[in-house]
Design a protein around this ligand. Structure first.
Ligand SMILES: OC[C@H]1O[C@H](O)[C@H](O)[C@@H]1O
Length: 337
């Protein structure tokens, strides 16, 4: 197997976030479920924008956030996602490239605009996402560059990619190329409503070995196995997937690999400002840990550390260099072999 150029290739919906504080009663008036992601059309996105207070715009997209986190940890990241040739698309492209992430997906011309997610942050820091997918619907197999997939230790894919129909085939193509080149494939289950929509197919991906690593939070793993019992859900995922990492909010995170179990407590934060991107940064830390050969416990710890940074401020990507935080916590990230 050739030496890898990238630690992680992340593939996902390329989205610009519009983040605004909101009271709980706005969620009630909108009829949305707190903490979830719902898909909306362009008209609803415009209507919502008129209803919210002052907002902050920031590049997001779950896998994009993870690529940003990998770069912040000193890792080499690549990203695939579809933006349009519009202002938000230029902002997304600028931000991800400015972090040193390889991003070469051809933007969509003359079609739907760049995706945006209107994210309502309630006083408890919980985020509720209203996503208009726009140009993401145009991501296809043609956007997967076999050379980039082959050059990445891990290809990491969003469960959200199951929503725009053609992206699913892009996902499967990337997974096949990764495995043909001796690389690993990881997926995040993304959202419990997303799991409800695609449960059967997600389980098939794991059981068939199409994915080697799965990320889930508590709600998602409960939804996957249709149980409220965490222990039985973890027992099930241990047999269904070679490696699973489960984030547990204030209870930290765990990972299971065969008979092995690793846990880490949540890293303390002064105040939870905004939970947007917490799982994405956990994935960044955990994947960098894995690709750089750290043991499972340290990889979980690195994930918790990265996840904790992003919840201390508004926005889904790190505001400081995660590599410095890791060093301050005594976690040494080995150079790429
Ligand atoms: O995981 C958080 C991300 O999910 C959505 O894709 C938003 O863009 C946000 O940045």
């Amino acid at each position: 197997m050739a030496a890898s150029e990238f630690d992680v290739l992340a593939i996902g919906n390329a989205i610009v976030d519009i983040l605004a504080r909101a009271e709980d009663d706005l969620l009630v008036r909108l009829g949305v479920t707190k903490g979830m992601m719902r898909l909306i059309d362009a008209a609803e996105a415009d209507r919502l924008y008129d209803m919210i207070g002052p907002a902050i715009e920031a590049s997001g997209g779950s896998a994009g956030n993870t690529a940003a986190g990998v770069a912040s940890l000193g890792g080499r990241a690549a990203y695939v996602g579809k933006v349009a040739t519009d202002e938000l698309g230029r902002i997304f492209t600028h931000d991800i490239r400015a972090l040193g992430v390889h991003f070469a997906t051809v933007p969509l011309e003359g079609g739907a605009p760049t995706a945006r997610s209107t994210i309502l942050i309630t006083p408890d820091g919980e985020r509720t996402m209203n996503t208009y997918l726009g140009a993401c619907h145009a991501l296809t197999v043609d956007d997967i560059d076999p050379a980039v997939v082959a050059a990445a230790e891990v290809t990491y894919l969003e469960g959200y990619l199951w929503d725009p129909p053609a992206a699913k085939e892009a996902f499967r193509k990337a997974a096949a190329i990764a495995h043909a080149n001796g690389r690993k494939v990881a997926i995040t289950l993304s959202d419990s409503f997303c799991v409800d929509r695609w449960r059967g197919e997600f389980l098939e991906l794991m059981r068939s070995g199409t994915v080697d690593v799965v990320f889930a939070n508590k709600e998602e793993i409960h939804a996957l196995y249709e149980t409220s019992d965490l222990a039985s859900a973890v027992a099930a995922i241990r047999t269904d997937c070679a490696l699973a990492a489960v984030t547990l909010g204030g209870d930290g995170a765990l990972a299971v690999r065969g008979d092995e179990t690793a846990r880490a407590p949540a890293t303390a934060v002064d105040r939870i400002e905004d939970l947007t991107g917490a799982g994405d940064q956990f994935a960044a830390g955990f994947l960098v840990g894995l690709t750089r050969g750290l043991d499972l416990s340290t990889a979980v710890r690195l994930g918790c550390l990265a996840g904790s940074e992003v919840i201390g401020h508004v926005g889904p990507r790190p505001s400081v260099r995660l590599a410095d935080l890791a060093a301050a916590e005594g976690i040494t990230i080995p150079p790429r072999g």
